[in-house]
Design a protein around this ligand. Structure first.
Ligand code: AMP
Length: 331
């Protein structure tokens, strides 16, 4: 994740809760299914803003949310891209294995250009998925738990891994990289409060993971619902309503059925529906908020977690780069 500060519910449903689930998944004998690594993509954040003075504070805020949501640094190293130099080295090599026109066709880039009214795209922004490929493959990642917007990037990573293996074979291990699979969740694209397709900080349509119940309620009050349901008892269409999409994720299934029925018949008005929704969201966030308070009071602990994650990440990254150099017969 890019260190954009406090996380929103889209980050949570699309990525973070999946991370925690994968981290804690165990096989029959008690062995963990995955070794999990969580990266703070601080160089990637330069693609949306060159202002870097608050990157460190945003990193601490974001990692505090990760820890509060259940990322366990004992199981999962947490580290900054900028502190493991091999990311930029592998990025450079990978940049030679993909064409500019392939990157220009990236739909995630096209969405960003449209949503943020960007007039021009930097060379580095075009290469966003190439750096991401380095982020994943440096740790021999084979499963990538991301939101739907990132699927095209995982596809480019697969193409780069294939291209590298075709061009360079390691004398002992053969293929240096495995083609990773994306792992998406059911709620891999959470809509924004304004009804836009994606909840996103840059669109200003978010509920934060750290929002107190009152804030959640205030934000939801302004959320866009079915525009044809004007009066309280007008029949509504849950399938076009953002608030209903939140119910589907945060309310219990039997409650969702009842809300759907009562919305359609006109028995449930939007004001009451939003109250139910904010209560359901805040109920799920309550333990996260509580845990968050503990970490927020100890930023030094968060920093130490980063430093030890970075030490471990560097060791793994060095081993991979050695294999890359051996395969390429460079150095
Ligand atoms: P980013 O902030 O773009 O680095 O995104 C971090 C992770 O959160 C990525 O895996 C995204 O796919 C995921 N993500 C961000 N916004 C949303 C959203 N509105 N719905 C689902 N997943 C999201």
């Amino acid at each position: 994740m890019r260190p954009t500060g406090k996380l929103h519910l889209g980050h949570y449903t699309g990525a973070l809760e999946n991370w925690v689930a994968r981290q804690n998944e165990v096989e029959a004998g008690g062995k963990r299914t995955f070794d999990t690594y969580f990266l703070i993509a601080d160089y990637h954040s330069l693609t949306t803003s060159l202002e870097t003075s608050d990157v460190f504070d945003c990193t601490i805020d974001m990692v505090t949310d990760w820890l509060a949501a259940g990322v366990d640094p004992e199981k999962s190293p947490i580290f900054r891209q900028s502190q493991v130099k091999q990311h930029t080295e592998l990025f450079l090599i990978f940049a030679m294995l993909v064409t500019a026109s392939r990157l220009e066709r990236n739909p995630t880039l096209k969405d960003q250009v449209r949503d943020l009214n960007m007039e021009a795209v930097s060379y580095g922004h075009l290469g966003y998925p190439v750096l991401q490929a380095a982020d994943i493959l440096l740790y021999k990642g084979n499963a990538v738990p991301v939101g739907e917007d990132q699927l095209p990037h995982v596809e480019i990573t697969r193409e780069i891994a294939r291209r590298f293996n075709k061009q360079y074979q390691h004398p002992e291990i053969g293929d240096v990289f495995e083609e990773p699979e994306p792992k998406i969740t059911k709620f891999s694209r959470l809509a924004g409060l304004d009804g836009k397709m994606k909840m996103s900080k840059s669109l200003g349509n978010t509920i934060l993971l750290s929002d107190l119940p009152e804030e959640v309620q205030n934000k939801l009050r302004k959320a866009v619902t079915d525009t044809q349901k004007i009066r309280k008892n007008d029949p509504g269409r849950p399938e076009v309503c953002t608030v209903f999409s939140y119910h589907c994720r945060f309310s219990p299934p039997e409650k969702v059925e009842e809300i759907e029925r009562d919305c359609r018949s006109g028995a449930l008005g939007c004001v009451d529906c939003k109250k139910l929704c904010s209560a359901a969201i805040s109920q799920e966030l309550a333990p996260i908020l509580e845990k968050r308070e503990g970490y927020a009071a100890r930023p030094d602990l968060v920093k130490d977690i980063l430093l030890s994650g970075e030490k471990l990440a560097r060791r793994i990254a060095q081993t991979t780069m050695q294999e890359v150099h051996e395969a390429m017969k460079i150095g």
